[in-house]
Design a protein around this ligand. Structure first.
Ligand code: URA
Length: 428
């Protein structure tokens, strides 16, 4: 086959700040998947995009090229409308776990294709895999059956969903080209559009523990993704939410499942409940379907827990088995009287990661029981000697590095330091 362009010619256009045409973009991604564009050429293109950006048309076409590299899923045979949410990732962000059953219990189907964690943010699949027997990998038919019977399914994306993104994301990870708004937007939105959901709510995190450190960056990312989704016919909205402070009271796989179960049993930390209910209401509103119940109500009357039990059981999980616990734990006590003035999400995330809850490389195995629990929240009074944190790991040698990260991430004082509101903005 004669190729219409050479890889270097197309890279040079972006290097020199020109716009790429649809033909350039379609060819470049397709040629990469055929082995004509080499890994180093895709790396060079990713860096050119990171440095010189893309306009809205180019981002939409880059996203479509990712989608067209694989197979698009279709849920039109389901009896109920579909809604999904995507979080850009944070520390202690276990919201998907209670959210999917809550929305399903209100009458909407939730096909939630999730990922594994890399670095200091946890992955939904890693958390669920701490449940004995639970299986992340389902065939498309199994996904459909779980969705139809339970109302929600949380599982791994198949290899055929936007495969170009899968390869390019791995390349960006090792070429310092992750932090590009066009590339992040195309990566996230291609998977969500290919997943076939009718509506989507994006939870774009802002703060030290998030990809986006400032509200301005997060707003730009959210606006770009909302535009791509709506252009593709997926009703898309975004909330900008706080990730300067970690969510809830735990970071770590089994620890976060346990906390999610508390929320589903009408308990749990206030911020986790508030964000779950807020996102659920957005999802129900975005899909425009008649709603059977209010999200807060299905947490209190046990209906969301019923969906959880059915969904976990359908994927092989044993809902009666105890969750794994780590072999060793270590408490951190307060050295002063006062209030917990600040708690930094990134420091807690890094501590959990160093304890074994996260992975440094894709191949690493995570510890189910590892992580950090904080027994007080920002603004709570503390007294000298009071237990502030418990660290958990299977490997005692990990405590020192985790303690070092944590020590730099909290302060006890007279008052609460400035922090972001839980929900900062809404973009439609
Ligand atoms: N998550 C993704 O799926 N892709 C990115 O590029 C960044 C975060």
């Amino acid at each position: 086959m004669t190729e219409p362009f050479s890889p270097a010619e197309v890279i040079a256009l972006k290097r020199d700040k020109h716009e790429l045409t649809q033909q350039h973009i379609d060819w470049f991604i397709d040629a990469y998947m055929r082995g004509i564009v080499a890994e180093e050429q895709m790396s060079a293109m990713s860096m050119a995009i990171l440095l010189n950006g893309m306009n809205r048309r180019e981002i939409v076409q880059w996203t479509n090229a990712y989608i067209n590299s694989g197979v698009k899923m279709d849920w039109t045979n389901l009896a109920r409308p579909t809604a999904d949410k995507h979080s850009t990732g944070g520390v202690g962000d276990k919201i998907t776990l209670p959210l999917a059953p809550v929305v399903a219990a209100c009458g909407v189907s939730v096909p939630q294709l999730s990922g594994r964690g890399l670095g200091h943010t946890g992955g939904t699949l890693d958390k669920l895999e701490s449940i004995p027997g639970w299986r992340a990998k389902l065939s498309n038919q199994e996904m459909f059956t779980v969705l139809q019977n339970c109302g929600a399914v949380i599982c791994a994306a198949s290899e055929t969903l936007a495969p170009a993104d899968r390869r390019i994301y791995a390349l960006r990870d090792v070429t310092a080209t992750v932090e590009s708004i066009p590339l992040i937007s195309a990566s996230i939105m291609s998977k969500k559009i290919a997943e076939g959901t009718q509506s989507l709510v994006l939870d774009v995190k802002v703060g030290s523990g998030a990809f986006m450190k400032t509200v301005e960056q997060a707003r730009e990312l959210a606006t770009t993704m909302v535009g791509i989704g709506n252009d593709a016919g997926v009703t898309t909205r975004a909330l900008l939410t706080a990730m300067d402070v970690p969510l809830g009271r735990t970071a770590g796989n089994a620890l976060e499942v346990r906390e999610s179960l508390e929320v589903l049993a009408d308990g749990g930390p206030r911020d986790v409940i508030e964000l779950t209910v807020t996102l659920a209401r957005e999802m129900l509103d975005a899909c425009g379907a008649p709603v059977h119940a209010d999200p807060a109500e299905v947490l209190t009357n046990g209906k969301a827990m019923d969906v959880w039990n059915a969904m976990i059981t359908a994927q092989g999980g044993d809902i009666h088995a105890s969750l794994p616990t780590a072999r060793h734990s270590h408490d951190v006590l307060s050295e002063a009287d006062g209030v917990l003035s600040s708690l930094d999400a990134l420091s807690v995330g890094v501590a959990a990661w160093k304890l074994g809850a996260g992975r440094a490389r894709k191949e690493d195995i995570v510890q189910a029981g590892a992580g950090v629990e904080w027994h007080v929240g920002v603004g709570d009074s503390v007294t000298r000697g009071q237990k502030l944190f418990t660290l958990h790991t299977d490997d005692e040698a990990r405590f020192d590095a985790a303690l070092e990260s944590l020590a730099a991430g909290f302060s006890i004082g007279d008052s609460v330091a400035d922090r972001l509101p839980l929900v900062i903005d809404r973009i439609v």
